[in-house]
Design a protein around this ligand. Structure first.
Ligand SMILES: [Zn+2]
Length: 254
């Protein structure tokens, strides 16, 4: 039943987007929600609020399920049970958004707490979303090359990696907030920042890989640490090369 319809207005029978006959509240051909009558402020606010709320709820649900049982969420996604949570790339982009927001909040609050060290935690994370997405494919491909998993193909590994790296990113965003409230300025030591971030990543990924693959714990730990170590070393090599080129070569702009 269309609920936004004002009294006396005619109900539309065809989808305004694709022209297909409408059978319910959603177009069966293109998926657009039924839109009846003219736009009103109430309908507009309601529509935006509904989308934001649905998105926020789905984001919270995705994060919660990735903490409780990451294996089940990824298996559900691969089996086509996709209602009520975000798809891997939406979730990944949202996780980067969370990190950017927390980084901004930390910069605002660090002086108030007299704790500038908290700013250091997300320093290395403020990169381009596209580059972060490439890490999923980079690590997923390495995993496939190194271990030849039989149960899952490359695309399924990418799906898992997107969900898992996104969750790691949200966990990383907790670290500067912890730094604001603990007695010792943890972020002041850059080695500690690097080690703690790597530990959070390796620990969560091992947990998630174990839940998804159901391989023994030792195997998961070994594979995760190998792929992360090799992956980041190779990336550092490539990025280092690019930085070197940046210093050696003249700037491209006129
Ligand atoms: Zn349609």
């Amino acid at each position: 039943m269309p609920t936004d319809l004002a009294e006396g207005e005619a109900t539309i029978t065809r989808c305004p987007s694709c022209g297909a006959q409408l059978l319910g509240d959603y177009c069966h051909a293109c998926g657009q929600r039924r839109v009846d009558g003219r736009m009103s402020v109430g309908a507009f606010v309601g529509d935006v609020a509904r989308r934001v709320f649905r998105f926020d709820k789905a984001f919270a649900m995705t994060f919660w399920r990735m903490l409780r049982d990451p294996g089940q969420l990824v298996r559900d996604y691969l089996a086509g049970r996709r209602q009520g949570y975000l798809d891997p790339i939406q979730y990944f982009i949202s996780s980067v958004f969370v990190q950017v927001c927390v980084a901004a909040i930390t910069r605002q609050f660090a002086p108030l707490f007299n704790r500038m060290s908290a700013v250091n935690w997300l320093e290395s994370l403020t990169g381009v979303v596209a580059v972060k997405i490439l890490v999923i494919f980079w690590m997923g491909t390495l995993w496939r090359l190194l271990f030849r998993p039989i149960r899952y193909n490359l695309a399924e590994i990418y799906v898992f990696a997107a969900f898992a790296f996104a969750t790691t990113g949200i966990l990383w965003a907790v670290l500067p907030l912890v730094d604001l409230i603990v007695p010792y300025p943890l972020g002041a030591n850059s080695l500690l920042v690097a080690i703690a971030s790597a530990l959070v990543e390796a620990a969560y990924l091992t947990y998630a890989v174990r839940a998804f693959s159901q391989l023994p714990f030792g195997t998961c730990l070994f594979r995760v640490t190998s792929v992360l170590a090799l992956g980041y070393l190779l990336l550092a090599g490539i990025v280092g090369l690019e930085h070197t080129a940046h210093w050696v070569l003249p700037p491209l702009q006129n």
